[in-house]
Design a protein around this ligand. Structure first.
Ligand code: CA
Length: 201
């Protein structure tokens, strides 16, 4: 879809963390994981505050620790830029995603793994929404390693016209993952995301 220069509108709320980190921001730790999110004043990338994520225990699976904004609206075929600033205590990876906020937890077009450094840097993950929905989670997956990650100025805007995002490939790489909760903890590999019909598997 050509947006024809549509005005960028941030789909996220309080992505700059200048106010308290509350709903629709949510955090979740899988069994065996421990992390906390706090609002840090000072040393922000933008403005006067940022989000600090301390990951003290993890399974090593990225999505087992989630910091996400719930119930975001996406329009099928529109290209979005998820833009944010990040740094970490040690060089590490984090993943970003967007998926349905309830079973079958299907992916809405975004799944990327990004290398983060100890210096503030701005990142952009461009994706094409594959459905029109109002229950999308926009997610940071922080469970790959322990440590501290700082985030700031998180935005999700319609991408400028003409930008071509990488095509989401169902079944490629780490894209096929179950989200947190609901007993759905089984990794589903390629070729297709098939939901959570058997939560006890
Ligand atoms: Ca800020």
């Amino acid at each position: 879809m050509d947006l024809g220069g549509a005005t960028a509108t941030n789909l996220l709320v309080n992505g700059d963390f200048e106010t308290a980190i509350v709903d629709p921001w949510h955090t979740w730790n899988n069994t065996g994981c421990a992390s906390s999110i706090s609002r840090q004043s000072g040393n922000a990338a933008v403005g006067s505050a940022c989000a600090r994520c301390d990951i003290s225990q993890t399974t090593g699976t990225d999505w087992h620790i989630e910091f996400a904004q719930y119930n975001r609206s996406l329009v099928q075929g529109v290209n979005y830029d998820l833009t944010f600033w990040a740094r970490s205590g040690q060089p590490r990876y984090l993943s970003v995603g967007s998926q349905k906020g309830s079973p079958d937890w299907r992916n809405y077009g975004l799944s990327q793994r990004l290398a983060i450094t100890t210096n503030w840097q701005q990142y952009t993950a461009t994706f094409s929404a594959n459905e029109t929905v109002s229950d999308a989670r926009v997610q940071f997956f922080l469970g790959e390693t322990t440590g501290t990650v700082w985030l700031d100025d998180v935005r999700a805007d319609a991408a400028p016209a003409g930008r071509v995002p990488p095509r989401f490939q169902p079944g490629s790489g780490p894209a096929q993952r179950h989200p947190p909760g609901e007993g759905c903890q089984r990794w589903l590999g390629p070729p297709a995301f098939d939901g959570c019909a058997s939560p006890d598997v």
